[in-house]
Design a protein around this ligand. Structure first.
Ligand SMILES: [Zn+2]
Length: 82
């Protein structure tokens, strides 16, 4: 089967390999960090949690990608407000 289903119990203990160590969520055939939004591949049903193999999020691996950023970073990044 091409479906790379990750066991829910396994997914629950996986974390981003960067300094944020944030939980990951399943997105299609990849895992996405809930903090930095970096994308990690799943090969043969095995999550590849290596920084070298990851696709960095918008602010880089280990750096918050928007909504979950601390208040200070959110204020600095909120250029839409007057
Ligand atoms: Zn992360």
């Amino acid at each position: 089967m091409p479906d790379p289903m990750i066991d829910a119990d396994l997914l629950a203990i996986l974390a981003c390999p960067s300094d944020d160590h944030a939980p990951l969520r399943l997105s299609g055939e990849t895992l996405v960090c809930t903090h930095c939004a970096s994308v990690f591949p799943i090969r043969d049903g095995i999550p590849v949690l290596l920084i070298d193999d990851a696709t960095p999020g918008p602010n880089g691996i280990g750096h918050a990608a928007a909504s979950e950023a601390p208040a200070s970073e959110t204020a600095a990044a909120d250029s839409a407000a007057p």
